[in-house]
Ligand binder design. Structure first.
Ligand code: FYN
Ligand code: ADP
Length: 579
């Protein structure tokens, strides 16, 4: 069946190589050893040959999930995650994750096979005809097409540089079917490849920008540091921690920056979020944008009178993108550079001395924090029947505490929001979630990439609705025998399972089959399925999954009335006026 050819075809005189081989050689030359994708015309042999050459080729059931896997692999490794798809529909399925990577600043390359250029350009109706390059361009940081085997080296080098340099993002690489079979002299081919030197060059911040920022911070009475996923991406963990601890400034981690310092750190202001945002006078953003997740830096969240009013804070923004500052409100001290270099420049400057923030500020935060944490502890201690989000997540919280190395995937609405504030993270880059768009669908793709790139066990906390977007990939998880424990918090629907169709004809748009047995899906492919209705059962099943490392799906049945419309972001969900 297989059509795997030997690495180099030869005729009497010349050793030949071809497009397939050059793509593989170019990736390997640049230290890229994993492909997430889905085989088919025209890239089937590329997947076979890449595998035969020792690359890890992970085949998914739907390109969107392969793409999400590639995007988060990029975040976790600082190397572009590769997603490989077929043309037109496969490409379009992968495009979602390409846009996701670009939006989230994750380095990723979507490589798609495409149909014959001459036919596509004349719109003559080719097999899977589509002008993929044009479609990808607005959603990608960069988009390239390679037409000749001699240019594969340049094409891949450009794609790698574009993905990881500066602000990382998604890159599209269009490889037409005809390219793969093109043969060229092997020596010429080899010479054409490029090993990219310094793909993500350091960007050192200007000394006056560093000084301006520190002067502003020094003068603050109520300073706050906000750590975003750019800070997590930068892998400057020790320096970031040193900066927070040496300055003594309270910090707020954005969702995927949780664990950069342990969530239990005394300077964490997470449990006093709604207090510190409006109260702070100077806010240093490190790898976090003032987008919707931070209410655009203004409005009531920040103490502004109206929903668009400035709260009066001064902002310092540390970011690799020179265009980010002033995107929403005035930034008084932009510091442009890579986070590693910026934070180390700050540390150099403050070595000569730094006074901790006023005790009044720290005490006020602590007071709020203590109150909120106590309130939370009270709620978590309850053991209602049926189980609800809180009692289920209390068990998850303990398991994560006991297994801080485990990767942690989280998506949903309520399942996302409750988990974020209940489950503490203890190490950097363990928590990976819905990101900048607040999407659903990343779940199983992220699980595969997390297991493959980190070799750690993976725990996924999934809303039942969110799980549905990638649920079929439990087959992928079983096929590669990955140590993934999926917990589906099952309340029979989107948000909750209690809506009814007022006409009595159909199920309401937000409800699913009641009492669905999600665990059987995992069993169907040889994994372990567990039906859990109490926190004790959930805890036991998670412990067993982590011990055995077997693919496991726990159907955690929770109260179908639990949950609120849209979780914590109800305000974004317009509701029709009640008649
Ligand atoms: C946080 N909190 C805590 C703790 N941590 N209390 C006690 N203990 C601990 N450890 C409190 C915190 O102070 C807040 O209460 C509350 O929990 C919620 O904290 P969170 O989640 O940090 O804050 P908030 O307001 O929800 O943050 C806004 C947000 C966030 C936009 C950044 O909601 C978010 O990341 N949303 C993404 C949502 C999303 O993408 N959804 C996809 C849905 S898909 P107060 O301080 O009292 O306010 C389609 O539906
Ligand atoms: P969050 O959602 O956690 O707030 P965002 O995705 O909004 O985080 O922000 C991440 C920011 O980090 C982006 O503006 C991006 O340009 C920046 N960034 C990413 N990597 C680096 C890096 N290595 N150095 C500096 N800034 C970075």
């Amino acid at each position: 069946m297989g059509t795997v050819e030997p690495q180099v075809a030869s005729d009497a005189q010349t050793q030949l190589t071809d497009g397939f081989q050059l793509v593989i050689d170019a990736l390997k030359l640049n230290g890229i050893d994993t492909i997430y994708g889905l085989p088919g015309i025209p890239i089937t042999d590329l997947t076979r040959r890449a595998q035969a050459e020792g690359m890890r080729v992970l085949s998914f059931r739907h390109e969107q999930n392969a793409g999400y896997a590639a995007s988060i692999a990029g975040f976790l490794t600082q190397k572009p995650g590769i997603c490989l798809t077929v043309s037109a529909p496969g490409f379009l399925n992968g495009l979602n994750s390409l846009a996701h990577a670009t939006t989230n600043c994750f380095p990723m390359i979507l490589i798609s096979g495409s149909s014959e250029r001459e036919i596509v350009d004349l719109q003559q109706g080719d097999y899977e005809e589509m002008d993929q390059l044009a479609i990808a361009r607005p959603l990608a940081k960069a988009a390239y097409r390679v037409l000749h085997a001699e240019d594969i080296g340049v094409g891949i080098a450009r794609a790698i540089r574009a993905a990881v340099s500066g602000r990382p993002g998604g890159v599209y690489l269009d490889l037409p079917a005809k390219l793969f079979a093109q043969s060229i002299d092997a020596a010429v081919g080899k010479k054409s490849l490029i090993k990219v030197v310094d793909p993500a060059p350091k960007q050192i911040p200007a000394p006056d920008a560093v000084k301006r920022a520190l002067d502003l911070l020094r003068g603050a009475k109520k300073p706050l540091i906000i750590l975003g996923k750019g800070a997590a991406y930068a892998q400057a963990d020790a320096d970031i921690r040193a900066l927070v601890e040496k300055t003594g400034i309270p910090y707020l981690p954005m969702s995927m920056a949780k664990g950069l310092l342990p969530d239990t750190h005394e300077q964490s202001a997470a449990a006093a979020r709604s207090y510190v945002l409006p109260e702070a006078d100077v806010v240093m953003l490190i790898g976090a944008r003032l987008n919707w997740l931070l209410s655009h830096g203004k409005g009531k969240t920040w103490g502004g009178k109206g929903h668009k009013d400035w709260g009066g804070q001064k902002f310092i923004q540390v970011d690799i993108s020179p265009q980010e500052a002033d995107s929403n409100v005035r930034v008084d001290a932009p510091v442009v550079g890579d986070i590693g270099s910026c934070v180390s420049a700050f540390l150099n400057e403050i070595r000569s001395g730094w006074s901790k923030p006023p005790a009044e500020w720290l005490n006020a935060i602590n007071e709020r924090k203590t109150k909120n944490i106590a309130k939370m502890a009270e709620t978590l201690a309850k053991n209602p029947s049926p189980m609800n989000f809180h009692s289920a997540l209390a068990a998850v919280r303990d398991i994560v505490k006991a297994n801080p190395d485990a990767m942690f995937v989280n998506e949903g609405a309520n399942a996302l929001d409750f988990t974020r504030s209940i489950v503490d993270m203890y190490q950097p880059r363990k928590r990976i979630d819905v990101g900048t768009w607040g999407i659903m669908g990343i779940g199983m793709g992220y699980c595969v990439a997390a297991a493959v790139t980190t070799k750690q066990p993976v725990i996924a906390i999934e809303g039942d609705s969110a799980f549905g977007f990638s649920g079929m990939e439990v087959e992928t998880i079983c096929r590669y025998n990955l140590p993934v424990c999926v917990v589906v918090l099952n309340n029979n629907g989107v948000y909750k399972g209690t809506d009814v169709d007022p006409t009595g004809r159909d199920p309401a748009p937000t409800v699913f089959v009641k009492n669905a047995r999600y665990e059987k899906l995992m069993e169907a492919f040889g994994g372990v399925g567990v039906y859990a209705t109490t926190p004790a059962e959930l805890r036991k099943a998670m412990e067993e999954a982590l011990r055995s490392k077997k693919p496991t799906l726990i159907n955690a049945v929770i109260d179908e009335t639990a949950g609120t419309e849209s979780g914590r972001i109800t305000s974004l969900n317009p509701t029709a006026k009640k008649k």
